[in-house]
Ligand binder design. Structure first.
Ligand code: 2P0
Length: 345
């Protein structure tokens, strides 16, 4: 049987997905916008095998059982249904960053799995179809199909066929933009799954309705700022969005507190750098976790680096920039996978 190997990187949302209109189909309440990151990646090989009696999943060389295996198996069921293929499969995945680090391994993981599983099953899916497929594994994975700056369009249809991501600007659109990722030492292991946490926010946070009303305007502002390579507008909107996301998390009952003392020191250091500069030279953002992404531009790096170096509790800094989307890996070398219509996948 043929096997297929694909790579994908994680993405960091500048406009967050937080709340689903249909949690089972992973259909969001609002569109979101992200940057796919270079340097970090998941590489996944899938092989369908008629002699296997059950799916297997190996992650970083360790055989995985229980819920993660069930999730992979359910995802493979979707691919089997699309391909009219009954065979079980082996899935072998490696991350070049710690899997449970909170650096969004489920986004890169399900994007790479969508590419590898569909190709190994003999399917030739369009980029949109791959994005919809990946979405059903983990919402944010729909965005990691594409590189650079990506919008996940919420869509309106009940069946979800119009809920997929689209590439906005390629990875080399804004070479001056960098993302300093602070991996904090005091990050706890993830307690509650994002899919569950966000629905608690929808049900209980008094600010959620207001947030939903604000997001489309913020998304438009960000798209314009990225198009115009306008750091100040992008960073202002990014901070506003992150504060809105954190606000509805912290007013969820029971409260969702993702930040640690180190994360809060990092946010404060970015605010101080902006105050000192007299304009917005950097933005912070974070996911449903404690690590902090600091976006800035290359000219501001010396000032930012000096500020950030003074923050205690950071285990590691990763300097990332916009990176490529899903790509196939043949014989160890990765090549940008091209879909039938010629668009980069
Ligand atoms: C996003 N997040 O747009 C938003 C912002 C987190 C905050 O989609 O349920 O961590 O653990 O698979 O992949 C959460 O994504 O969710 C998410 P789970 P994951 O990126």
């Amino acid at each position: 049987m043929a096997d297929a190997t694909f790579e994908a990187g994680p993405n960091i949302a500048l406009v967050k997905y937080w709340g689903a209109r249909d949690a089972a189909r992973v259909l969001p309440n609002n569109s979101s916008l992200s940057v796919t990151l270079d340097r970090l990646r998941t590489r996944t090989t899938v092989r369908f095998d008629p002699t296997m009696r059950a799916d297997t999943f190996t992650l970083d060389g360790t055989i995985v059982t229980g819920r993660p295996l069930d999730e992979v198996s359910q995802f493979l069921d979707r691919v089997r249904a699309l391909a009219h293929n009954e065979n079980r499969a082996s899935v072998d995945s490696t991350n070049n960053f710690p899997t449970a680090s909170g650096l969004a391994s489920s986004a890169s993981g399900f994007a790479a799995l969508a590419g590898a599983a569909s190709t190994a099953a003999g399917l030739d899916l369009s980029p949109r179809a791959l994005s919809s497929l990946a979405r059903q594994g983990s919402g944010s994975a729909s965005r990691s199909i594409f590189g650079g700056f990506v919008e996940w369009r919420a869509g309106r249809r009940a069946d979800g066929r119009d809920s997929y991501s689209v590439p906005l600007f390629p990875e080399d659109h804004w070479p001056e933009l960098v993302d300093l990722v602070a991996v904090v030492r005091d990050a706890p292991t993830k307690a509650i799954r994002s899919g569950v946490a966000m629905q608690a926010t929808v049900a209980t946070s008094p600010g959620y309705g207001q947030r939903l009303a604000e997001v489309p305007g913020r998304l438009r502002r960000m798209k314009r700022a990225i198009r115009d390579r306008d750091p100040e507008s992008l960073f202002d909107a990014t901070i506003e969005e992150c504060d809105s996301f954190r606000g509805v998390c912290e007013t969820t009952v029971p409260a969702l507190n993702y930040l640690t003392p180190t994360s809060r020191r990092l946010l404060e250091a970015v605010r101080a750098a902006n105050r000192e500069a007299g304009r917005t030279i950097a933005a912070y953002t974070h996911d449903a976790g404690a690590h902090v992404h600091v976006f800035t531009t290359r000219p501001a790096l010396p000032v930012l680096n000096r500020r950030m170096a003074g923050v205690d509790g950071v285990a590691r800094w990763i300097t990332a920039k916009p990176g490529p989307g899903l790509r196939s890996v043949a014989g160890g070398a990765s090549t940008r996978h091209r879909a039938r219509d010629g668009a980069p996948v």
